[in-house]
Write a protein that binds this ligand. Structure first.
Ligand code: CAA
Length: 256
């Protein structure tokens, strides 16, 4: 049976593709378990990987949400367990020290939009559609959407999208601050690889620290910044970066 997440390496970049195109890459328990294996259990060999791109298979969707076909049999206890697992996996992605770039083509809805929001960077093709349509199913978002959407686009716009279930297009999502780049149709991977390649050339030590700092923005972030700024002066990468600048050459960072 084909894997629900395809894994491919391009030099220092890992490309993960959710591979259920017939179900618009809906996140069923198998997909969630595979994300859990990679990001929570850290069972994938990520030696020398400096950036990860996450996308959906096919032309129609990044992911159209949690797999609704699994919902009818759930009790409230099972629903809570599903949500708890989704939170654990998505939190692990958000905290991952290797940056994860969501490249959204087509629909990113419900748990799919929440997955993109858990990634460190969101890019999209201009055909992308974002939304939290859970309200149409009689349920609230279960994988962090009610909180991350507020953080990214503010309470007013988040409330509107969550209460109406409306979708927004890629340009609107960029204007609102939900995503940070839009490519013409068919050119999303080119953009994602360019951004990933740029990050891959930086110090992986500093990239990891930067992620933890930005994630701490509402939790003692200034204090953490002072600590991590100081700690940088113990690293070989800072010596390399400064020496490269002073000697007008390109830095080669080793993550030490
Ligand atoms: N779960 C399971 N199957 C899904 C799915 C989902 N979230 N989204 C789409 N599919 C399936 C469809 O059932 C359909 O399957 P069949 O071919 O076997 O009938 C196939 O994917 C293609 O979908 P459509 O025929 O519906 O395609 P469309 O182009 O007409 O519409 C769409 C596209 C607007 C995205 C529509 O599929 C849709 O509304 N999907 C559901 C979106 C949604 O409600 N997502 C939230 C899920 S709940 C959630 O995610 C909770 C949470 O926070 C964790």
């Amino acid at each position: 049976m084909a894997s629900v997440i395809l894994i491919e390496r391009q030099e220092r970049i890992l490309i993960l593709t959710i591979n259920r195109p017939k179900a618009l890459n809906a996140i069923n328990s198998e997909v969630m378990n595979e994300l859990n294996r990679i990001f929570v259990d850290k069972k994938e060999d990520l030696t020398n990987i400096r950036a990860i791109i996450l996308k959906g298979a096919g032309e129609k969707a990044f992911a159209a949400g949690a797999d609704i076909t699994e919902f009818p049999s759930y009790s409230s206890k099972e629903g809570q367990a599903l949500s708890q697992k989704g939170h654990a996996v998505y939190d692990a992605i958000e905290q991952f020290s290797i940056p994860v770039i969501a490249m959204v083509k087509g629909y990113a809805l419900g748990g799919g939009c929440e997955l993109a929001m858990a990634c460190h960077i969101r890019l999209a093709e201009d055909c992308a559609r974002f939304g939290q349509p859970e309200i149409n199913l009689g349920v609230v978002p279960g994988y962090g959407g009610s909180q991350r959407l507020v953080r990214y686009i503010g309470k007013s716009k988040a409330m509107h999208l969550l209460l109406t279930g409306d979708m927004i297009d890629a340009n609107t999502a960029e204007m609102m601050g939900l995503i940070s780049g839009v490519a013409p149709s068919g050119q999303g991977m080119e953009l994602a690889l360019k951004v990933a390649g740029k990050i891959a050339s930086k110090s992986p030590l500093v990239v990891g620290r930067m992620i933890s700092l930005v994630n701490a923005y509402d939790n003692n972030g200034f204090k953490k910044e002072i600590e991590l700024f100081g700690a940088s002066f113990d690293s070989e990468d800072l010596k390399e970066g400064v020496d490269a600048f002073l000697n007008k050459r390109k830095a080669e960072f080793k993550g030490k």
